[in-house]
Design a binder for this molecule. Structure first.
Ligand SMILES: NC(=O)c1ccc[n+]([C@@H]2O[C@H](COP(=O)([O-])OP(=O)(O)OC[C@H]3O[C@@H](n4cnc5c(N)ncnc54)[C@H](O)[C@@H]3O)[C@@H](O)[C@H]2O)c1
Length: 337
């Protein structure tokens, strides 16, 4: 029988290093795939291709699933974000970002049991990319929120929460100021909530949400929110549980799913062999679960937890001295023990 195909965009900066480590760890527990390597990001632009080439988009549409390394986007100039193009082209409307306490890791909140999931809208809002220079001294951007976009997102969030045995779904918004856009999002949230009477539904204004998160993060469960708020709040949540080096995500659409770390290409440490591959690895475990490979995902997860708990082979971002390679070897050794 031929192996299942999985698209792989290694990406830029630390992307190729953490992608190679992740795939080696998946294969070490017997997960087999025909990895289809695809271009994307600054590397593609430097080869004279678009940041997200048509060929890459078409192959992922065919295959239906991909693992993606981080891609570099120039700030304030240059090419449009490869991520934004990919998410819009594949209509990956829900970005799911779990943030969970890792036992054994020291942090401001290591005594708490934080277990959050942020479901972020992924194709609309200010990321619709409608920006223009209205006047030499005035630049404007349009926030796009559609009712169908809100409906499918909140439905996904409640459905996911129910399937995962969660208790509470909280909408994060700024409807006190953005009365039409965020007001519509909130309206659709409570309509969906009525279809899930077993789940507690409430809402919180985004600024208050940030304050509550840094004081009592263990009291929240599932968040559902628009694109920009979700981008910022999910990085905050990553910081609560050990930082970006541990934060995974899944971009989910009706026909395709792309799994990637929350963090970027980390140009400051690229090529040094010291990046933590855990965030991409945890994203790959979300991919394995999406494919029904729960046993292999659990084995790797337990192995990473043991390595972190043991504390002898942590990467620099977690306060250790291990290289990406040493961490990978230790996770593989533990997964096979
Ligand atoms: N999904 C994506 O492809 C994605 C997401 C965010 C940012 N980006 C892009 O990445 C580039 C760099 O962005 P940035 O510097 O703001 O954010 P970043 O996430 O790349 O880095 C922020 C900090 O976290 C550290 N860090 C990140 N990942 C790490 C890891 N795995 N191990 C150890 N340390 C890690 C970095 O060294 C840096 O100090 C930008 O071009 C940005 O557009 C891409």
């Amino acid at each position: 029988m031929s192996k299942r195909q999985i698209g792989v965009i290694p990406g830029d900066g630390i992307g190729p290093e953490i992608t190679a480590a992740t795939i080696a760890i998946l294969e070490s527990v017997g997960f087999e795939a025909d990895w289809v390597y695809l271009e994307g990001g600054l590397g593609a632009v430097e080869k004279g291709l678009p940041a997200m080439p048509e060929e890459t988009i078409a192959r992922i549409k065919e295959i239906g699933i991909a693992l993606k390394g981080p891609t570099t986007t120039p700030v304030g100039k240059g090419h449009k974000s490869a991520n934004v193009i990919l998410r819009q082209a594949l209509d990956l409307f829900a970005n799911v970002r779990p943030a969970k306490t890792m036992p054994g890791l020291e942090g401001h909140f290591s005594d708490l049991n934080i277990d959050l999931i942020i479901v972020r809208e992924n194709t609309e809002d200010l990321y619709a990319g409608i920006e223009y220079q209205a006047h030499p001294d005035v630049a404007q951007a349009i926030k796009v929120i559609t009712r169908p976009g809100c409906q499918r997102l909140v439905d996904y969030a409640f459905d996911m929460a129910q399937k995962q045995g969660r208790k509470r779904v909280t909408a994060v918004h700024k409807a006190n100021i953005m009365k039409l856009t965020d007001g519509m999002f909130l309206e659709e949230f409570y309509k969906a909530a009525a279809r899930y009477p077993d789940l507690k539904a409430d809402d919180i204004i985004v600024d208050n949400c940030c304050m509550q998160l840094v004081t009592r993060p263990d009291e929240f469960d599932v968040f559902v929110t628009e694109n920009l708020y979700g981008d910022i709040v999910s990085d905050l949540c990553a910081g609560l549980v050990g930082g970006l080096g541990l934060a995974p995500s899944a971009n989910i659409g009706k026909t395709c799913a792309v799994f990637e770390a929350v963090h970027g290409s980390a140009p400051d440490i690229a090529g040094k062999g010291i990046a933590n591959p855990s965030a991409l690895l945890f994203s790959a475990l979300m991919m394995l679960r999406h494919l029904g490979e729960n046993e292999k995902a659990d084995r790797i997860q337990q192995s990473v937890l043991r390595v972190c708990n043991d504390g002898q082979c942590l990467t620099i971002d977690l306060g250790g001295k291990a290289s990406t390679e040493e961490f990978k070897v230790e996770v593989i050794r533990n997964a096979q023990a």
